[in-house]
Design a protein around this ligand. Structure first.
Ligand SMILES: [Zn+2]
Length: 287
């Protein structure tokens, strides 16, 4: 629906003049970072509307093109996303096939009188093969086609993709803070990952952790991990996390926290679970 695009555009109004300016000579590839995933997708649609609105470059939201773009029904608007597993969850990677199968489409001029816009949704999920296939595509002239990559931060994409893109940075979302009690536990973990010390006295203190608190700490840690991925400068813990872990380490931490949450729900002893989180996620350089 166009309402979501309109709301996001008015919240992200600082970047609107840049879209208007770029429309005169659209770059082949635009990278939209910052904001939330929904904000990025909305702004990708906004960009498609700017390039295809029947009533000028300030998208009207009411012409056929604008409405179809908002409703995924515009035949010059393509989204590349991760496919779903049988269980309905999204796969880890954007497959190389989802790029390859579009090669014949990009070889043709757009169907309508505007510009075909292909959006790679959350392009940090491209794997080596699909990223390379996309790069090859971007290296060839594709008249009438433009591409949009969305990602939380440009650092999460291959440098070669970023260097081919015009970057637009949306306003960063405000970080959600942990309560002081949870923050205290999380900072204990950070201290352990930094120094290898100080953790086990916390969990061995009698009655320090019940299942509920254990879950709060795991979720609190996940929250800081999310903050670290969106904007490491947003909280102290997020900043510390991104200093301690490389992107592979953060991904492992994410998996470890997911398993910990599951174990707590199965009533495994909370102190044991958190001890395991601390040792299993330990940054590599410390080992
Ligand atoms: Zn319109």
């Amino acid at each position: 629906m166009f309402t979501s695009i309109k709301e996001t555009a008015s919240r992200q109004n600082l970047v609107l003049p840049r879209f208007a300016k770029l429309a005169a000579q659209p770059p082949q590839c635009l990278l939209i970072e910052g904001g939330s995933a929904q904000d990025r997708l909305d702004m990708a649609r906004y960009w498609a509307c700017v390039l295809n609105c029947e009533n000028g470059q300030d998208p009207c939201g009411s012409c056929q093109s604008c409405q179809q773009i908002a409703d995924n029904a515009f035949n010059d608007f393509i989204m590349i996303d991760r496919e779903e597993n049988d269980s309905g969850t999204l796969k880890q990677d954007i497959s190389v096939d989802s790029i390859r199968e579009l090669l014949p489409v990009w070889g043709q001029p757009p169907n309508g009188g505007g510009t075909r816009v292909t959006v790679v949704v959350e392009a940090q999920h491209l794997n080596g093969n699909s990223a390379n296939a996309l790069l090859k595509t971007l290296e060839e002239p594709r008249p009438g086609n433009v591409f949009v990559l969305t990602a939380p931060q440009r650092e999460r994409l291959l440098e070669t993709l970023v260097s081919r893109s015009w970057v637009i940075t949306l306003a960063w979302p405000t970080a959600i803070q942990n309560t002081s009690e949870v923050a205290e536990w999380v900072s204990g973990m950070l201290e352990f990952w930094r120094s290898g010390q100080g953790w086990f006295v916390r969990t061995s203190a009698k009655g320090a952790l019940d299942k509920e608190m254990g879950l709060k700490v795991v979720i609190g840690c996940q929250r800081e991990l999310k903050n670290a991925l969106i904007n490491p400068r947003s909280t102290r813990a997020a900043d510390a996390l991104s200093g301690l872990f490389d992107s592979k380490g953060l991904r492992r931490l994410d998996l470890v926290l997911g398993k910990a949450q599951e174990s707590l729900n199965y009533n495994v002893n909370p102190a044991l679970v958190l001890d395991w989180v601390c040792t299993a996620a330990m940054p590599k350089k410390r080992r």
